[in-house]
Design a protein around this ligand. Structure first.
Ligand SMILES: Nc1nc2c(ncn2[C@@H]2O[C@H](COP(=O)(O)OP(=O)(O)O)[C@@H](O)[C@H]2O)c(=O)[nH]1
Ligand SMILES: [Mg+2]
Length: 340
């Protein structure tokens, strides 16, 4: 069976199998991604993040429907949805709810929905999500949504996989806006106030505007989406007319209100990304993050293969008993020398 060939020729079954292999981080999955990689880079990746219950899944559902229907005279884009739920033990119901909500979409061959739950190590979820997104990209999906609960750093990492990140808020979720806690406002390209049918929309919008000004103080409004790693060059300064100010969009996802306007805002952001070279910049940072991940895990694996059995535990005990520092321990282990 030629999994890669079948994925490229549009087999949903092959794609589903591949996604499972990627999630399991199997060797076959890694090798398939190696072969598929040259077919990636065409999709527009849209991150959707925000506190639980703000309506992210409902919104993604509506956005997908609009993308599939609002393309007169041309073939509509194919849409993939990756729903990442890092806290599945507590929100298994939410995933089930998503499945039910998305059932009407799933009859459409131009839509593919995948739920992912966390089970790997910290940071691993962002990595397997990147692989899943690449598989969809190679399989020819034009728009890929990545829905994640905005609660912590891992979710911020997942949102950073995207070209365009939507941060979803809803009125009445408490006095302080949920986004402040995780700092996800920093990564917002578009702010969405969903549940605009609920009371408190005005004050939510005022609060968001205030925070936007704090996050992007004039005149340097351009925001640094990605905390560059040590090896990254800092983002280039852009002239003021090329800066992107995150717009605030109101929606009522359950009724489809404001969804066309939101799609227009996404499209404006796409144009901005292409015009300013920001899309390439984001792609580079994303791929560099992946490269570093592979380097780290490969170096670690090589070191483990080369090191003497038991040495690690022995050195660790010396650290625990305060005889050597963690830094000295690392030096000892890497030099292959005996513990002091
Ligand atoms: N009143 C109202 N309810 C909404 C709206 N959007 C979503 N909901 C409801 O809010 C609940 C949570 O929605 P869901 O999409 O699962 O939120 P998620 O946890 O952010 O993915 C569901 O019961 C939705 O029906 C909206 O615009 N207005
Ligand atoms: Mg959801």
């Amino acid at each position: 069976m030629d999994l890669v060939g079948d994925v490229l020729s549009g087999s949903r079954l092959a794609l589903a199998r591949l996604l499972t292999q990627i999630e399991n981080e199997s060797q076959a999955g890694l090798e398939a991604l190696d072969k598929l990689f040259k077919h990636t880079g065409k999709a527009h990746l849209i991150g959707v993040t925000g506190a639980p219950g703000t309506g992210k899944s409902s919104l993604v559902n509506q956005l997908a429907r609009h993308y599939r229907k609002d393309a007169p005279g041309q073939s509509p884009p194919r849409v993939a949805i990756v729903a990442v739920d890092p806290s599945s033990p507590f929100t298994g119901g939410a995933i089930l709810g998503d499945r039910i909500r998305m059932r009407e979409l799933s009859g459409d061959p131009g839509v593919f929905i995948r739920s992912m739950a966390s089970r790997g190590a910290l940071g691993g979820l962002a990595h397997t999500t990147a692989g899943v997104v690449q598989a969809f990209d190679a399989a020819g999906f034009d728009v890929i949504f990545i829905e994640t609960v905005g609660a912590g750093q891992a979710e911020v990492d997942i949102a950073r996989l995207a070209h365009t990140t939507l941060v979803v808020e809803a009125p009445g979720l408490g006095d302080d806006i949920q986004a402040i806690k995780a700092g996800i406002l920093e990564i917002a390209d578009i702010l969405v106030i969903n549940k605009a049918d609920r009371p408190g929309v005005e004050s939510t919008e005022q609060a968001l505007k205030g925070m936007l000004q704090l996050a992007h103080p004039a005149p340097r409004i351009f925001h640094h989406h990605y905390q560059p790693m040590e090896i990254n060059k800092p983002p280039v300064d852009k002239p003021e007319q090329e800066m992107w100010l995150p717009p605030i969009q109101r929606t009522v996802a359950v009724e489809g209100i404001g969804v066309s306007e939101l799609i227009q805002a996404i499209s404006n952001h796409q144009v901005y990304l292409d015009r300013t070279g920001e899309r390439e910049h984001r792609d580079q940072i994303r791929l560099e993050t992946e490269l570093v991940h592979h380097l780290r895990s490969e170096l670690m694996a090589r070191w483990q293969t080369a090191s003497a059995p038991g040495q690690y535990q022995q050195v660790l005990q010396q650290v625990v008993s305060r005889r050597i520092s963690p830094h000295q321990a690392a030096e000892t282990l890497l030099s292959g020398g005996e513990a002091a």
